[in-house]
Design a protein around this ligand. Sequence first.
Ligand SMILES: N[C@@H](CCC(=O)N[C@@H](CS)C(=O)NCC(=O)O)C(=O)O
Length: 260
Amino acid sequence: MSSVLKIFSYLPNPRVWKSLIAANIGGVEVEIVGDKPGNLNSWLWDFDARELLEEEKTEDSPHLRKGKRGFAGALYKTDDFLKSHPFGTVPAAFSPDGEIGVFESNSILRSIARSSKHETLYGRNDFEASRIDSYLDANLVFAREAQVYLLEIEHLTKEGHSRMTSTYEFYLSGIETSLSRNKFIVSDCLSIADISYVCDFAQFLREGHYLETITQKGFELISDNLSQEYPLALKHLLDLSEYEEFSSVMGSYLNWYKRN
Ligand SMILES: N[C@@H](CCC(=O)N[C@@H](CS)C(=O)NCC(=O)O)C(=O)O
């Protein structure tokens, strides 16, 4: 196995799990660097990411930036980091020489699949690969809405809840229809569309941790009737999460959900 990508992120992060699961299945080596979410403001965001010394975290640091999405307050990102990652987000992947930045967890996932010799991860032909891209794009729209919903859940509004509800229904009904035709999302073989779905949907289900907050505001859990409305999508999530290549990465992340 040769080292393919280096990924910098907060850890654990379901968006990084996508790549780790694909790497497990595809026999690709990935290097992961990072720390707990709350500690990334003490790190230098760079190809050579590292923990900063206390005296380096100054207001006149050339690397000082303001967090834009999910991070409040100061972050330390180098100019080179922002050249490679113009949106300044993590997970942030780099080619082994650090020359090329790959951002967006679905694209990092694609990169792993491209490096792998696996026959079906990124489709068996160009059209199947494009169909997989279609699912990854649909997944990103869902995941972005889910990100906003989860980040703002303490201040949830009627508009926010209703917007997430329609995004959820749109995405889940597409996944359900797909699974009524094939064993996996795209075909009868596992692909990165399944991996992306599992990681982002498992993360969305964390809304269940905010049940009290949501009901106190007069709303219902969006996924409340998941098992009745989208049984195939739920079964697919739970079945895949038990595959060794998934469970070794996701650990006990879904256990609370399975117990409900
Ligand atoms: N859709 C992106 C989401 C990445 C993202 O939004 N990352 C946030 C943290 S959750 C970030 O790095 N924010 C940097 C900042 O706040 O400056 C993906 O899947 O990679």
